[in-house]
Design a protein around this ligand. Structure first.
Ligand code: F6P
Length: 560
């Protein structure tokens, strides 16, 4: 396997795709008419996911060329390299082993990487998390006043927040009764203020989740939470006057999740109350590590194990299925086709499942922090476009907001629709099963996008001629429909793993390191540099550019 990125854009497959594109005239109506089996032919199974790719813009030839492209960039070798723990995160010289987090116990052959028996460590840490989850739920773990914990507050940001909150929201029906989890991420004091304002410190437990345990937002919020705890306990006549009392309060109300256990201790959290993971787990790939502790407490160890098994099912599918039936590979390659050949700039994810309302936000970090890069993993410039803007909202809300642009705008927006067959709330409205009304929208949208409505069809409805153009739908707007029987812990794990691997495939074709995130550093550094000016330091203010200076001046003049 080449250690250097292979330039896909100078490959014969890329040239052939370019030529293919020249004469590419997608016509989904025609394609479906010519091939009545198109729908079933391009509907694939990955684990429990039923994935219909047929309404995407491709022919057999497109798929054949994309497969050649995958071979050219040695995709299979790169997959194997990831799963076996090679240091494919080149700029940080790290293995990329989130797939190891969900290997079943006693999986063979054992995974030993850089001298570490990964399986043993992963399962030992999982056991610790599970034990904690059990102790919180059965009331063995109590607050400093002896009361049972009823609210967990996860404090983290980025991957230490988006995964846990998305999964908690998605799996709400599985949350144990008597327990609520809340999430604080933003350094905007509104976030911590609003989240804590109605809580009782005696029954609240904080999980401080930070891979590095250096993140400004998380540590600031953790300190605010600690102050809130001490003050709140004191208000309830719990003596908080000496260091020992305060230490004990922290010991009973704070746990941490981090790869930097020394820093956890510096904060005052007993390392015995900390859950670890490893530098080979990227933040945005970490919901299945101890970063998911809040979720494990909420849904319990058995359900969390099902969640992990879901990921693993897709891992196995991805590493061992030929391209023709490999769902993450095909979805990733189609995204390359759209981005690099059909000029798509964005990709929408539209879950027809209210519980998945945070899934698009979660995917934004996964995809954009991974693939929003303009240099390759050897430092050379990329040779084509990378990293679409990912976005979305649950259907049907989006239908009444931005679908207009997807249906009739000038831009090509590939869409992923996601739905489940069984609702959690089985409601009827008169004679109507409401979930069926909801899903009718899910089925209708991909149909409308694919097949559109011609001018003649509009006219046939009796529309006045001058309004006909406004009511025509071009069709040939691509979408993938993903369905599962239920939104269970397992199917959620499968969905997440699916998108992790789609992201990986795109990164390999583009030759980029999908596992670093240097692009977030400059803003963080400048925030620290600007802070004194914001606080009123005139010399620091004078050093700012004229725009930044005037913004800060406006702030200072208007701050009460
Ligand atoms: O935004 C950059 C980033 O490093 C993300 O990759 C990460 O998920 C987030 O910050 C939080 O980092 P940490 O878990 O170290 O607090």
């Amino acid at each position: 396997m080449s250690t250097e990125p292979i330039d896909a854009t100078s490959s014969p497959a890329w040239a052939a795709l370019r030529t293919h594109k020249e004469s590419f005239a997608p016509n989904l109506r025609q394609w479906f008419a010519n091939d009545p089996q198109r729908g079933t032919k391009y509907t694939l199974r990955a684990g429990d996911l039923h994935v219909d790719l047929s309404k995407n813009l491709f022919t057999e030839e497109t798929l054949a060329l994309l497969s050649k492209l995958a071979d050219h960039v040695q995709l299979q070798d790169r997959i194997d390299a990831m799963f076996s723990g090679e240091h494919i995160n080149v700029t940080e010289d790290r293995a990329v082993l989130h797939t190891a987090l969900r290997r079943p116990q006693n999986a063979m052959p054992e995974l030993v990487v850089d001298g570490q028996n990964v399986d043993v460590d992963v399962h030992a840490e999982l056991e610790k998390v599970y034990d904690f989850a059990r102790r919180v739920s059965d009331g063995q773990w109590r607050g400093v006043t002896g009361e049972k914990i009823s609210t967990i507050v996860n404090i983290g940001i980025g991957g230490s927040d988006l995964g846990p909150v998305m999964a908690y929201e998605a799996l709400k029906p599985y949350v144990r009764s008597g327990l609520e989890v809340r999430f604080v991420s933003n350094i905007d004091p509104t976030d911590v203020g609003e989240t804590l304002c109605d809580l009782d410190p005696r029954t609240t437990l904080f999980i401080i989740a930070s891979k590095t345990f250096t993140t400004l937002e998380t540590l600031t919020n953790a300190r605010l939470a600690r102050r809130w705890l001490w003050d709140g306990l004191a208000d309830r006549d719990v003596a908080m006057t000496d260091d020992d009392a305060r230490r004990q309060a922290v010991a009973r109300h704070f746990v941490a999740v981090s790869t930097a256990l020394d820093k956890v201790a510096d904060f005052g959290i007993d390392p015995d109350n900390a859950f670890g993971f490893w530098d080979w787990v990227g933040g945005r790939y970490s919901v299945d590590s101890a970063i998911g502790t809040s979720l494990a407490v909420a849904i319990g160890p058995e359900r969390f194990a099902e969640f992990l098994a879901g990921f693993h099912a897709i891992d196995e599918h991805f590493r061992s299925t030929p391209w023709k039936e490999n769902v993450p590979a095909l979805m990733g390659l189609l995204n390359v086709w759209y981005t690099n050949f059909l000029d798509a700039h964005t990709h929408a994810v539209l879950p027809y499942a209210q519980y998945l309302h945070r899934f698009p936000a979660y995917l934004q970090q996964l995809t954009m922090e991974s693939n929003g890069k303009s240099v390759r993993w050897n430092g050379s410039p990329v040779t084509g476009e990378t990293g679409e803007v990912w976005w979305g909202e649950p259907g049907t809300n989006g239908q009444h907001a931005f679908y207009q642009l997807i249906h009739q705008g000038t831009r090509l927006v590939p869409v992923d629709f996601i739905a489940v067959a069984n609702p959690e709330h089985d409601l009827v409205d008169g004679d109507h099963d409401v979930h069926e009304l909801f899903l009718a929208n899910f089925f209708a949208q991909s149909k409308a996008l694919a097949f559109g409505k011609t001018a003649d069809e509009v006219r046939a409805e009796g529309t006045a001629e001058d309004i006909v153009p406004a009511r025509v739908f071009s069709g040939n707007r691509p979408s993938t429909s993903i369905m599962a029987a239920d939104l269970s812990p397992s199917t959620l794990g499968q969905l997440i793993a699916l998108y992790e691997h789609i992201t990986f495939v795109q990164g390999i074709v583009w030759g980029i390191d999908s596992f670093d995130q240097w692009g977030v550093e400059l803003g963080k550094q400048l925030a620290l540099e600007v802070a004194p000016a914001v606080a009123g330091d005139q010399a620091a203010l004078a050093e700012q550019d004229s725009s930044t200076r005037s913004l800060i001046e406006f702030y200072r003049e208007n701050r009460r």
